[in-house]
Design a protein around this ligand. Structure first.
Ligand code: ADP
Ligand code: MG
Length: 707
């Protein structure tokens, strides 16, 4: 008799209770509906166990055996503890061993006579005369009390779901709880996926799918189950993506209905845009500018993400868009994540816009109070056309007379919230956010699902590919010799010092030590500069200017130069302790070179030994320059949660879906959702989805709720 519904708190589920409810809650499982979507991560075929006699080495197999003897032993040579267990089935005897298995002894996990299922890849036992053994196998105890021989139909004779344990709740407990839960829950009436879409896609009903996911019937193939490819699994994955994409689609639709500014483009304006170009634009730049101009001409506010690998030339496109806004009598903002980058953009804009006589200002927190208040009042009175700045432009007392276009550079460095704050400073201004972090498409579809997309997928011409080499510290002499040769022929060098911890102080120390060593001992005859976050703006500007103009040949720096900095004559990048940086960050740093016509080289310096992960990253970087490939690799290595680190919150957590494994389902769900949100408002299915999203959006997708 169904007595629970999806909203019932988990503590009322049979077998849970208040104590286990706390454990579940810690894993984000509060209601019956949450627990039902806690899917097995693996399935085991227990319709037939392999007989001990028939085990094959190296293949994953499960056996069902009775424990004969077990206990802790100490190895003779190394003095290590090994937990050793012997067990049998009708066909023979097998040994299982656990290295450092003291806990098994301490917790008295096994006893003679117990029936146990072991799962793993058996291997030859070096002392066992050609027998096989299991090393650290996974196991599940079927009978706690020896002698009690009734075989439970949940554990045997079927394909059995295996759950990730949560604290004391092991796979077996979860299996029992879920079995009872599926029996006693009213699953039928609830399905957030519109029936018409479900049918058109040939997907099973939700209740059926959930039952099949937890307790698949014998028709489901084991390989499909373990690849999450059965119709039931695909249905739940589709549901998750569909709801997310529908929510994002609705946000986009709402944004489109707002009335913003329709910028006009005359021949004169088009002429100005061309006039400021210092070079021929790439085809990609032309295409992206067209997309932006179209948005700007339309009355609904632009919400566009411009994505382009480092060095693809995003800045000039943004400046071209600004010409349109300013020519229409509006003010514009260009926001950058660091003061160095803001200063560089400001100087670049001054140079590019020189023929147009725009009124410009740089607003950063390092300014004197008087200068700042002067800029503020000029902004408010409409006496500034373009303000370039850092977070300082977000402050409450910064007001605009007529803000028309907001450009945010290196958007991934800012939170989503900040994008909103800047937009609020005008009445629906157009917004262009730019990022050089090449976001893999799947992640972009979710993370920035409320934005339209442009991609600069072409580098400006005459770029020489960057050669990347990973060097160990013992090759440092050779490196310095090479640097000297290159500097003789006019090249400039960045030396970036490591991130020791997430601490500016220790970064600083490393950079200072490197600076002293290079300027006193290695290159005493060469002008070297030092740049770090603790310097005043004036000092930073001075150093950057001297480096840009070529007065300094070497710039020793902390990671403050990571984003955006553009000195085309700098063609050598040395990254110290490269093993400590993430892939994306290394790629960004490397993006500081390879910007001119001369061949560039990047050296990744590490100690003699580095760990496996770091080796992966360094090899990857040596092999490819393609930011999208690198980002994809990064995503696979670290998972979406950490991909953006702590800087970017808002990556949604999925229950069953996996952004890497399920890319195709995501694309499909997005297409369906995009079409779905265009349905008339009184369509009953549309109303139902809207109601569901309103009630569940923030809980399901949490920080994703942006405007
Ligand atoms: P990013 O996309 O990394 O922000 P930038 O806008 O800093 O790239 O541009 C990188 C460099 O390439 C700059 O020196 C810029 O002047 C130059 N550049 C951009 N577009 C072109 C082009 N079409 N032809 C030649 N050089 C270009
Ligand atoms: Mg840039």
């Amino acid at each position: 008799m169904p007595s629970l519904d999806l909203k019932t708190s988990v503590q009322y589920i049979k077998g849970v209770g208040p104590r286990r409810a706390v454990i579940l809650e810690r894993h984000g499982i509060r209601e019956v509906g949450d627990l039902l979507t806690y899917a097995p991560f693996r399935y085991e075929d227990r319709t037939r166990f392999t007989l001990v006699k028939q085990l094959l080495p190296g293949e994953p197999q499960s056996i069902c055996v009775t424990v004969l003897a077990c206990g802790l032993a100490r190895t003779r040579r190394r003095g290590m503890f090994i937990y050793d267990l012997a067990a049998r089935d009708d066909s023979g005897i097998i040994r299982c061993k656990w290295f450092n298995g003291q806990y098994l002894e301490r917790q008295k996990v096994f006893r003679q006579g117990m029936q146990v299922i072991f799962y793993g890849k058996p291997e030859p036992d070096p002392y066992g005369h050609g027998n096989l053994q299991f090393i650290n196998p996974q196991f599940e105890i079927i009978h706690n009390e020896p002698g009690l021989e009734t075989i439970n139909s949940l554990e045997m004779g079927r394909v059995v779901p295996v759950y990730e344990a949560m604290g004391e709740l092991g796979s077996r407990q979860l299996r029992r709880i879920l079995y009872g839960l599926l029996e006693s829950t009213a699953l039928k009436e609830f399905d957030p996926l519109p029936a018409s879409i479900r049918r058109a896609r040939g997907l099973p009903e939700r209740g059926v799918a959930l039952r099949q996911i937890h307790f698949p019937d014998s028709r489901e193939k084991l390989e499909l189950l373990n690849a999450f490819r059965t119709p039931s699994q695909q249905r739940m994955i589709f549901e998750e993506f569909f709801l997310l994409e529908a929510g994002l689609g609705l946000k986009r639709k709402r944004a489109r209905r707002q009335t913003g500014i329709s910028f006009q483009t005359s021949d004169a304006i088009r002429g100005s845009i061309k006039k400021i170009l210092p070079f021929h634009p790439t085809t990609a730049q032309k295409r992206v500018l067209r997309e932006i101009v179209e948005d700007m001409r339309s009355p609904s506010p632009m919400n566009r993400l411009l994505q382009g690998d480092v060095g693809s030339g995003k800045t000039i496109v943004a400046l071209q868009a600004m010409v349109i806004a300013i020519a229409n009598g509006y003010q514009t903002v260009l926001m950058a994540p660091t003061e160095i980058l803001a200063a560089q953009h400001y100087l670049y804009a001054r140079r590019i816009f020189a023929p147009l006589h725009y009124r410009m200002a740089l607003l950063v927190s390092g300014l004197k109070a008087k200068e700042r208040s002067e800029i503020r009042s000029r902004l408010k009175n409409g006496e500034i056309d373009l303000v370039v700045g850092t977070h300082a432009v977000l402050e409450k007392n910064v007001e605009f007379q007529r803000l028309g276009l907001v450009v945010i550079d290196e958007q991934h460095r800012f939170g989503v919230v900040q994008r909103l704050e800047l937009k609020r400073k005008g009445e629906f201004p157009d917004t262009l956010v730019m990022t050089a972090t090449p976001i893999p498409r799947t992640l972009a579809l979710t993370l920035y699902g409320d934005l339209d997309f442009s991609v600069l997928d072409e580098l400006p011409p005459l770029r020489q590919p960057i050669e990347t080499r990973w060097l160990k510290d013992d090759q440092r002499e050779k490196l310095y010799w090479f640097l000297r040769q290159e500097m003789k022929s006019g090249s400039q060098v960045y030396v970036v010092c490591p991130l020791i911890e997430e601490s500016e102080v220790s970064d600083l120390r490393a950079a200072i030590a490197m600076y002293e060593d290079l300027s006193k001992h290695v290159f005493p005859d060469i002008p070297i500069g030092l740049l770090h976050g603790r310097m005043t703006n004036k000092e930073k500007d001075e150093v950057m200017t001297r480096f840009s103009s070529g007065t300094l040949s070497v710039l020793v720096s902390t990671t403050v130069i990571e984003v955006g900095v553009d000195v085309p004559n700098a063609t050598i990048m040395v990254i110290e302790h490269a093993e400590r940086f993430g892939l994306a960050q290394l790629h960004q740093l490397r993006g500081r070179i390879g910007r001119g016509k001369k061949k560039s080289s990047c050296f990744l310096m590490t100690p003699e030994t580095v760990n496996e992960d770091a080796r992966h990253r360094l090899k990857c970087l040596e092999q490819t320059l393609d930011g999208f490939k690198i980002a994809q690799m990064d995503l696979e290595l670290r998972g979406p949660g950490e991909f953006f680190g702590t800087r970017q919150s808002g990556v949604p957590m999925f229950r069953m879906a996996n952004l890497i494994r399920d890319q195709e389902v995501l694309e499909l769900a997005k297409r369906e959702a995009t079409r779905f949100v265009e349905r008339p408002a009184d369509d009953p299915e549309f109303e139902a989805v809207l109601r569901y999203l309103r009630a569940n959006w923030s809980r399901r997708f949490g920080l994703m709720s942006v405007g």
